[in-house]
Structures are given as structure tokens and as C-alpha cells.
Design a binder for this molecule. Structure first.
Ligand SMILES: CC(C)(COP(=O)(O)OP(=O)(O)OC[C@H]1O[C@@H](n2cnc3c(N)ncnc32)[C@H](O)[C@@H]1OP(=O)(O)O)[C@@H](O)C(=O)NCCC(=O)NCCS
Length: 167
């Protein structure tokens, strides 16, 4: 991944990144419904936008191809959502979005970032491990599944190298 001056990360070639706008919501919600069994609704995104969460989007041909949501807490942050529309996967957008969110966490004074991921979601787990997250636990029956079933979550943590738990 290309790192620019001042540590900024380059968006993959052919894509553009900027903060999410209200006008992105129709396309964001369409992707959200396509990729998640329990998708966020519009209000959840609006709340995130107004409470200081970090919400980057990546655009392909001026249309949203992917997005992420990071909640900043006291000296830690929670990665709540990373989604890339199916046609745009495996082109580095997930990696770019996670890197952007980790950089935002550090900028906001949060040297560690937590997330939950479905146990069956091995693609996302590979991505998160590549980005430096490690499994620190699990949450039993955390996610809803079809037919009323439940699925465990893996709890993962990323820590700034040489920092974090000393705080
Ligand atoms: C998980 C997700 C965000 C990955 O987005 P992406 O843009 O395809 O990810 P990238 O192209 O940056 O992938 C980076 C690396 O992660 C790994 N990876 C990503 N998806 C993978 C998959 N389905 N299977 C195996 N490895 C995968 C690969 O090592 C990949 O590198 P490579 O393409 O050079 O092999 C995307 O598949 C998605 O939106 N899934 C549905 C929503 C979701 O599960 N979000 C995460 C939980 S909230």
C-alpha cells in the first residue's frame, strides 16, 4: 500500500476517497442491504455522522463502492463497519478503508482499536489479521443468522506498535 507524505495512505488507483455525505446514503444503504444479514438503517449512519464517528467512503466512477465506520472512544476506538460492494472487491479497497480508520484512530488519540467479526467471515478475518489485528476472545451467539440461528463473534484488537497497553 502506497504511503504518502505525512503518513497519509494512497487510495488504490482509479478510486477516490472522502468523508461520507448524507447524499451517499441511498447507495450506502443499498450496499449495506446486499452485504449484511442485519444491515444498518439510515438513522444509524446519520447518528454516526453527527456524533463524531469517522466514516470514509471510496468512490468508483463517482459512485460509492465501499465505506467504513469507526467510533472513537476514550483512548480506544471501535471499528463498526467495513463494507465493499461485490463488484469492487479484491482491489485493495478493504485494506485501504481499514488503514484509513486505523490512521484516524491514532489521530484521535486512540492507540487501540477493537472489532467483532462473524466466525464464518474468514475473508474479513484474513484482511484484519493482515492489518495487524489479533484475536483476543469470542462472543457467544453474538450475531443473528437465517432461520433464527445465532453465530459467535471473534473479538479482535489492533494496537499501535510500541504503544497502547502502557497507557
Ligand atoms: C471483507 C471485505 C470488506 C474485504 O474487502 P476487499 O476490498 O475485497 O478487501 P481487499 O481487496 O483490500 O483485500 C485485502 C486482502 O484481504 C484478504 N481477503 C479479502 N477478502 C477475502 C476473501 N473473501 N477471502 C480470502 N481473503 C480475502 C486477501 O488477502 C486480500 O488480498 P489479495 O486480494 O491480494 O489476496 C469485503 O469482502 C466485504 O465488504 N465483505 C462483506 C462485508 C463484511 O464482511 N465486512 C467485514 C465485517 S463488518
Amino acid at each position: 500500500m502506497k504511503v504518502l507524505e505525512h503518513g497519509m495512505i494512497a487510495c488504490p488507483p482509479g478510486f477516490v476517497s472522502r468523508p461520507m455525505l448524507k447524499s451517499d446514503l441511498p447507495k450506502v444503504l443499498e450496499i449495506e442491504r446486499e452485504v449484511h444479514f442485519t444491515p444498518w438503517g439510515g438513522q444509524a449512519f446519520l447518528d454516526a455522522m453527527t456524533t463524531g464517528d469517522v466514516l470514509p467512503v471510496v468512490l468508483a466512477n463517482k459512485e460509492v463502492a465501499g465505506y467504513g465506520v469507526l467510533k472513537i472512544l476514550w483512548r480506544e476506538a471501535e471499528l463498526l463497519n467495513v463494507s465493499v460492494a461485490a463488484p469492487w472487491r479484491r482491489q485493495g479497497l478493504g485494506r485501504f478503508l481499514v488503514a484509513t480508520l486505523l490512521q484516524a484512530a491514532l489521530r484521535h488519540g486512540a492507540p487501540q482499536v477493537f472489532l467483532e467479526v462473524r466466525e464464518s467471515n474468514t475473508g474479513a478475518q484474513i484482511l484484519y489479521r493482515q492489518m495487524g489485528f489479533e484475536i483476543i476472545g469470542s462472543r457467544k451467539a453474538y450475531y443473528a443468522c437465517p432461520e433464527g440461528k445465532r453465530e459467535d463473534a471473534q473479538l479482535m484488537r489492533w494496537q499501535e506498535k510500541g504503544g497502547a497497553s502502557a497507557a
